[in-house]
Design a protein around this ligand. Structure first.
Ligand code: DMJ
Length: 578
């Protein structure tokens, strides 16, 4: 024992400064060794840093050269500027470093938990299918077996930092997603969910796989626009490309179904450098503009042969809604430049029409947007039309100060009504539509709730644009009502009746794409998917705002094209109909 104690004390003496003070030579040696090691470490670190800088410069140079090559080899030699939206993946983890209210952070986590529950249930019981039926615990292919929930969820998973789930979904897209289906698909639903979902995943992750897949499905949808007017047929067979309209419309195309592909197809042209997508969808707007009424309100049915509307309902709800939404959002996507001025003009015209539909209930003076057939107003509003407060708030800043305040006030009033669609039922979840009778304010019509997002979408915009935390409180109350009534063991379900709370058996894909995403963003700092940099498609897929492709004028009212743009336009088949 004595031996071992003395040998250890000999070892420890080297750590005692007194030892070196008595031996200056050893002290000098130790000092030199220290200087040498520090220099060595510093030198290695500098080398690594220099190497990394060199590498990143080389990468940038390579991307620049690839872009130039893309421009040179573009179809027909047209010098189209191809964008590269995400040379690096978008880093949302920075959010953790931003100052955030602890209640907001707690609520955000609860919403994330809800997404994990919904997603895990989908993974377990319906992997690769379009939607999960949580009560019977199985998948169904309501959209032709395109993995609608999986694709609709990609960006939500990414934004919430659910990386492992995102990677598993990415692998499915890479190895199992097959669009070659002998299936009559809805052009609208496939565009907003699948094309939109894939473009968003591409913009966020920078992973080219998603762009390739978006191109594949969009190419299969394109023949739908080959009609005499350029107004698309709303249904197309994904394998064979034959298109038609549903029988129940009497052969007509639906307004929302025909005017809600612009954001996605323009984005696709920007990212691929191929103008064909943009041209097809912009022709639709040019065609509708030819007979656009003074109040900017279009009935929901359009004849695809003549390009004119048929006698039918005017509404900001089902079948009309997102046509108006995209007029505004394409203007935002196009950086609000003269090239997209027509979209803003058409949207402002429609807002005049919307004002003519605004009414107030008695006795509580709730503001609502009525519907119209011919010259008669109908005192009904869909929950679907509750996207309108958000849209109006988003567009209000494009007006002068007086108009801007007027429209923002209107947006806030409408949001209050939509919130009361929820608050007025026993479950605190909104029904599908409401009727207004003098003396009774609002009564629920169709009483189901299928986990729709429109009201929380508007609350998100209003909170972002006004900073008023009341909208967060309302959103939180709605979220809690979903937790209470819709959460089941294997996911989330809708209600057959918001009065009784009886559940259905479907977890709609837009619950993961929209409802939970907007709720999560409602409790996140505004820099997360900033509205200055991103525009949401109608399925809540954020699309990065980039420079618009040089397609030239979209309106005859704009300045005449120069000889060069005219020549280019002729080569590209523009200005000459379809
Ligand atoms: C979504 O698919 C989209 O928001 C669409 O524009 C309207 N309907 C659903 C959600 O309710």
């Amino acid at each position: 024992m004595a031996r071992s104690r003395s040998s250890s004390s000999i070892r420890w003496r080297y750590l005692n400064p007194a030892y070196y003070l008595k031996r200056p030579k050893r002290l000098a040696l130790l000092f030199m060794a220290f200087v040498f090691v520090s220099f060595f470490v510093w030198d290695r670190q500098t080398l690594v840093r220099e190497h990394e800088e060199e590498l990143s410069k080389l990468k940038e140079e390579m991307e620049r050269l690839q872009n130039e090559l893309g421009e040179l080899t573009n179809e027909g030699g047209v010098p189209v500027k191809k964008m590269n939206p995400t040379t690096k993946r978008i880093d949302l983890t920075k959010m953790d470093n931003l100052p955030t209210d602890p209640i907001e952070a707690q609520r955000r986590e609860k919403v994330k938990d809800a997404m994990v529950h919904a997603w895990t249930s989908y993974e377990k019981y319906a992997w690769g299918h379009d939607e999960l039926q949580p009560q019977s615990k199985n998948g169904v292919d309501s959209f032709g077996g395109l993995g609608a929930t999986l694709i609709d969820s990609l960006d939500t998973l990414y934004i919430m930092g659910l990386d492992e789930q995102f990677q598993r979904a990415r692998e499915w897209v890479a190895n199992s997603l097959d669009f070659n289906k002998n299936y009559d698909a809805s052009v609208f639903e496939t565009t907003i969910r699948v094309v939109g979902g894939l473009i968003s995943a591409y913009d966020l992750s920078g992973d080219n796989l998603f762009l390739e897949k978006a191109k594949d499905i969009a190419d299969r949808l394109l023949p739908a626009w080959n009609t005499p007017s350029g107004i698309p047929y709303n249904i197309i067979n994904l394998a064979h490309g034959n298109a038609h309209n549903p029988g129940w419309t009497g052969g007509d195309s639906i307004l929302a179904d025909s005017g809600t592909e612009q954001l996605e197809f323009i984005a696709l042209s920007q990212r691929t450098g191929d103008l064909k997508y943009q041209q097809k969808v912009e022709n639709v707007i040019l065609e509708l503009n030819k007979t656009f009424p003074a109040d900017g309100l279009l009935p929901i049915y359009i004849n695809p042969h003549r390009g004119t509307t048929s006698h039918s309902t005017i509404t900001f709800g089902a079948m009309g809604d997102s046509f108006y939404e995209y007029l505004l959002k394409v203007w935002i996507q196009g950086n609000k430049t003269t090239e997209v001025k027509l979209y803003r003009e058409m949207w402002e015209t429609s807002m005049k029409g919307l004002l003519s539909l605004v009414r107030r209930t008695a006795p509580s003076s709730f503001t609502y947007i009525s519907e119209k057939i011919g010259n008669s107003l109908i005192d009904k509003m869909d929950e679907l039309a509750c996207f309108a407060p958000g849209m109006i708030a988003l567009g209000s800043s494009g007006y002068g100060p007086a108009e801007s305040t007027k429209f923002l006030n209107l947006a806030e009033e409408l949001a209050w009504t939509c919130y009361n669609f929820y608050q007025s039922t026993p479950t605190k979840l909104a029904g599908e539509n409401y009727f207004f009778h003098s003396g009774q304010d609002m009564t629920v019509g169709t009483s189901w709730n299928i986990l729709r997002p429109e009201t929380v979408e508007s609350l998100f915009y209003l909170w972002r644009l006004t900073g008023n935390k009341t909208y967060q409180e309302w959103g939180w109350n709605i979220f809690q009502a979903f937790e209470k009534n819709s959460r089941v063991e294997a996911g989330y379900v809708g209600l057959k009746d918001v009065n009784t709370g009886v559940k259905d058996n479907m977890m709609q894909s837009f619950f993961l794409a929209e409802t939970l995403k907007y709720l999560y963003l409602l409790f996140s700092p505004p820099s997360v998917i900033s509205l200055d940099e991103w525009v949401f498609n109608t399925e809540a897929h954020p699309i990065k705002i980039v420079s618009r492709l040089g397609v030239g004028e979209t309106s005859k009212r704009q300045k005449q094209p120069t000889t060069n743009t005219r020549l280019r336009a002729r080569r590209e088949g523009r200005f000459g109909g379809t």
